[in-house]
Ligand binder design. Structure first.
Ligand SMILES: [Zn+2]
Length: 164
């Protein structure tokens, strides 16, 4: 039971001066972000946002999957989202490896066959981003009034660059 002791202790400290109770789940800045799970990305801070400001959906590569679309539809209709940013990043493992390479690396780590596991690698990051923005734009439940931007986050400078 000790596996999470450090994190639970940190949580006790967090809760000791907890001031976020009674907060609603609306995106107060009207922002939703789809980005990568990469630990180099601090989605709120990099956009000058704070707790409660945004809905954030993360996955490997920051792809607009059907689960991401589900989240965005909920965000737009029920949670105050008016602007959506799709933000993959430079030096992303999902764009630097082939599916085969990832399967081999995971297989080595796991000590067993991983060729059956798919990872949805990205061959052309900018083309994938364009397609992802298009997927949101063409979704029948995402109104035209919602602003959608496709960006790349540069992990070495902290800058976002708008592509679409
Ligand atoms: Zn990544």
């Amino acid at each position: 039971m000790a596996d999470f002791d450090d994190l639970i202790a940190a949580n006790r400290e967090f809760a000791a001066d907890f001031d976020l109770g009674g907060f609603d789940g609306v995106a107060h800045a009207g922002v939703a972000i789809v980005t990568c799970m990469d630990s180099r990305i601090d989605p709120l801070r990099m956009l000058g946002l704070h707790h409660g400001d945004a809905k954030i959906f993360r996955n490997p590569g920051g792809r607009v999957t059907s689960a991401a679309l589900e989240a965005l539809v909920l965000g737009v209709h029920l949670l105050g989202v008016k602007r959506i940013l799709v933000i993959p990043h430079t030096r992303c493992a999902m764009a630097l490896n082939t599916e085969q390479e990832l399967r081999e690396r995971v297989g080595e780590s796991a000590g067993q066959d991983a060729t059956w596991q798919s990872f949805h690698v990205v061959e052309d990051q900018i083309a994938a981003l364009q397609e992802d923005v298009r997927r949101i734009r063409s979704h029948p439940l995402i109104p035209d009034a919602v602003k959608i931007g496709g960006f790349v986050y540069h992990v070495d400078t902290g800058l976002i660059e708008q592509k679409f």
